[in-house]
Design a protein around this ligand. Sequence first.
Ligand SMILES: [Zn+2]
Length: 475
Amino acid sequence: MKKEIQAITDMEVDFTQWYTDIVKKADLADYSTVKGCVILRPYGYAIWELIKAELDRRFKDTGHENVYMPMFIPESLLQKEKDHVEGFAPEVAWVTHGGATRLTEKLCVRPTSETLFCEHYASIIQSYRDLPKLYNQWCSVVRWEKTTRPFLRTTEFLWQEGHTAHATREEATEETIRMLNVYIDVCKNALSIPVISGQKTEKEKFAGAVDTYTIESLMKNGYALQSGTSHYFGDGFAKAFDITFTDENNKLQYVHQTSWGMSTRIIGALIMVHGDNSGLVLPPAVAPIQVVVVPIASHKEGVAEKAAELANRLKSVARVKIDDSDKKPGWKFSEYEMKGVPIRLEIGPRDIEENTVVLARRDNGEKITVPMDALEAKVTELLEDISKNLYESAQKNLAEKTYTARDLDEYAEIAASKNGFIKAMWCGDEACEISLKEKFATTSRCMPFCGEKIGDTCVCCKKPAQKLVYWGKAY
Ligand SMILES: [Zn+2]
């Protein structure tokens, strides 16, 4: 059937343009007059609200509380932790005036809020009884980026940042991994996105962290996307900000801290992991509309009424929208395909006569005829099956685009001809990491927890290898 709305660029022709087309034509976001900042449109924002709900529920289930900090950080506060300020200073936005008056101390617009949480923790934590502190903040942050793309990299973006303080190293390490597992769970069970999880190298870790853990997903074009991170800080920030408590033996101790974050970047991953040449494909858990009801020949007697009745019935099992506008059905089909709505329900005079409806799946295009009596059960079953199928397809893409390089020739050949994860051994020397980046534009994505071994020598310098690393081209 002819597409009734303007087609988008095929991903095989121009992946970047395909992505931009979906952002615009699925009504996710629009550009604003402020360079590098985007407007999240209602449909895009609704997806974020659903992702947020999935995360927030799990944060609360693991004992966390939401708080809100100011958006400004005084310069002196940002400078307290040396590595942290060095990491963020180049991309910080500064406020120098309040009205016409020059401020005595300039304020940065938060690029992340470790320093504010630390200052607050220093004032509210006194005893071991005050620990742990398990706080999370939903907010926007600002990082002055040179090149920007909707969701993937914007000057201001929405996220959550968890900040916790603990009595011991063990508790803080446990928390770091617990929250990484929350991200893995949300990716798998709500977003149908498989990830590789592990640790970042020294070069790629967060400014001020002892250890950074990451989840990395793989897009349909073979590019990696860092999808969530969790950091263990040790007592470095505690020492810089003097966050101490008296333990059970009345001895003064420094707290051990963590932070962890996931942002609207993950919507970029949703687009590029599941999308196709007809547009967005949404996993049901984060689809603002899970079923769209499209009446066929709605001028015929009883059709509009039956469509409304079925939509109403389905509200008990799904987020439903009925489109009874005067657009042609074909136009509606294309529009909801573009928006990635998981199931389309078609109902026309013949269906009414036969007491059936037609259900069309967005993920694989399959159309089935279902008895009206079984509608709720069938929709519930289909939504579950779509989630599972999307995960399996993404898993297949990840597996197919994961390569192994045992020496530099193999590495060079893969990097030159394919996009995807390259598994290769590494000596631990930053010089090799820099060399692989300069020669092949591949960065170390993560050192997986599984600790698999595929050789004894570094893929770059042939010295004894320390770790297996997933390398790749990344957003
Ligand atoms: Zn090496």
